[in-house]
Design a protein around this ligand. Structure first.
Ligand SMILES: NC(=O)c1ccc[n+]([C@@H]2O[C@H](COP(=O)([O-])OP(=O)(O)OC[C@H]3O[C@@H](n4cnc5c(N)ncnc54)[C@H](O)[C@@H]3O)[C@@H](O)[C@H]2O)c1
Length: 454
């Protein structure tokens, strides 16, 4: 039987309140933060996880475009060399703290907001600690990669009264806004079911298998790392939440599915014959952030896609029932000649087809095709283009909504911890379903706080 989150029995918050007393020494810090007068009037930012995303979207781009509203006060990372390289790339003159000094960083630099852009498995640790230390948080997706992490974030937010914003930039893409407008217009009526196919190619798709993303322990699998964007998109479009999840998945192409392998491309004996050979030395930014820092942490950014330790799925299918009755089918294939998405909404008054052609078919590459079909005679077809800027302009729209006071949130695009947790829970449930062969009830994974009751 399906269990609705809204209808379930919720736990009290007694346990959370008791746990909070463990952090009493920092209560005064939270108060200090609130009452602090900023001479500049700007929000103070600290960034933890100074890799590619941290130093670009949440680093340099913030300094370049939002310096009127925010300023960096500190950086933090596990790798001091990468942190120093990021500091140069971002172009800030702030103190750098090694990861074990995270608490010290907060105490000394008093940020209002902590931006979390570490490897996914560590998001929760910093989200929770930052809130305990009196800060609000911006976290990259996936905010959590297992159910216990989701629980700890939900509890910490209630306990501390601080807030988490999730970097779901996909909500801000032209094509997502177009889908939202169509569904909000009511033209098609109730959404009965959705088919959603994610196609990743042997360039972008393969890149996940070169990096930490290829290990479930770090990324939770692509059902978290990648699909959390898509699960969130559907949750947001439907304005509904998942009830139960069933999935199948396998590793059928990358990892152990080859008869030779190396450690990483620069150190490989098979560069001549491997079609995934990538010469990272040609990319100065990659070398600054990773190649020149690997002696510290042993992390190879050009890792082998045939690594035997890769344990995520490259092929998966997920089915979700929603609170509002919508049935959702999602597939992800990661080794294709083409990159794109096909999404179809089957509704009571017709059908919406969305073809996002990132790389192919050639004749429509770089376009987003929309088609509404009402009946056998009536169809409407149009094409959208992405906006200028990274991730189709979505990265800047997201930052504007977060940093620029007074920015209108027309489509309720600001994603909170609940949205982050709900998208993660679909991926977590899908992984559990693949591993057990059973359907997973979302409400069995986390005890949701009372304040979430709908
Ligand atoms: N929304 C998007 O479009 C988008 C795009 C890319 C990445 N991301 C997200 O951004 C995050 C970072 O991705 P990336 O590509 O920059 O990865 P990355 O590997 O380049 O960066 C991660 C950084 O975290 C640091 N780190 C690892 N463990 C740490 C720890 N325990 N404490 C402190 N620092 C630690 C690493 O040293 C590294 O500098 C990920 O969560 C990813 O999901 C989002």
């Amino acid at each position: 039987m399906q269990k609705s989150i809204r209808r379930r029995n919720f736990i009290g918050e007694t346990a959370s309140v008791a746990a909070a007393t463990a952090f009493l020494p920092y209560t005064s810090l939270a108060t200090d933060n609130k009452n602090k007068v900023q001479p500049s009037g700007k929000k103070r930012l600290a960034l933890v996880g100074t890799g590619d995303r941290g130093s670009s979207n949440w680093g340099k781009s913030v300094v370049n475009n939002f310096a009127e509203y925010v300023e960096f006060v500190a950086l933090c990372d596990i790798n001091p060399k990468r942190m120093e390289a990021a500091k140069q790339l971002i172009g800030v003159d702030v103190k750098c703290y090694p990861a074990p000094d995270f608490d010290l960083m907060i105490k000394e630099t008093r940020p209002d907001l902590v931006i979390v852009t570490t490897t996914d498995c560590f998001h929760e640790k910093y989200i929770v600690r930052a809130m305990e230390l009196g800060c609000d948080v911006i976290s990259e997706k996936s905010i959590a990669i297992d159910a216990d992490q989701c629980q700890r974030i939900a509890d910490a937010e209630v306990r501390t009264g601080r807030k988490v914003i999730v970097g779901f930039n996909v909500r801000h893409m032209n094509e997502s806004i177009e889908m939202k407008k169509i569904l909000l217009s009511g033209e098609l009526g109730k959404v009965i079911s959705i088919d959603y196919h994610e196609y990743l190619d042997t360039s972008h798709g393969a890149s996940y298998f070169r990096r930490w993303h290829g290990k479930k322990a770090y990324s939770g699998s692509l059902l978290l790392h990648k699909a959390s964007h898509h699960f969130d998109l559907i949750n947001w479009l439907l304005e509904s939440e998942p009830i139960d999840v069933h999935a199948i998945g396998k590793l059928a192409f990358y990892g152990h599915n080859n008869n030779y392998r190396g450690r990483n491309c620069r150190d490989c004996a098979f560069t001549e014959k491997c079609k995934f050979y990538w010469d990272m030395t040609k990319d100065a930014r990659m070398m600054a952030l990773y190649g020149n820092c690997e002696d510290v942490d042993g992390y190879f950014r050009d890792g082998c896609v045939w690594d035997n330790e890769i344990d995520i799925y490259d092929t998966s299918s997920v089915q979700v029932n929603y609170d509002n009755g919508t049935q959702f089918t999602y597939t992800m294939n990661t080794f294709l000649p083409q990159e794109g998405q096909r999404i179809t909404f089957f509704c009571e008054n017709g059908k919406l087809d969305v073809n996002l052609n990132y790389s192919q078919p050639w004749e429509v590459a770089g376009t987003f095709e929309f088609r509404i079909t009402k009946d056998r005679k009536t169809t409407k077809y149009w094409i959208l283009k992405p906006a200028e800027g990274s991730h189709g302009g979505a990265d800047d729209r997201l930052k504007e909504l977060i940093f620029k006071p007074g920015t209108k949130d027309q489509f309720n695009s600001r994603a909170d911890s609940r949205a982050g947790i709900m998208s993660s829970l679909i991926g977590i449930a899908a992984r559990q379903s693949i591993e057990t062969g059973k359907m997973v009830q979302i409400a069995d994974l986390v005890k949701f706080p009372k304040v979430w009751r709908g």
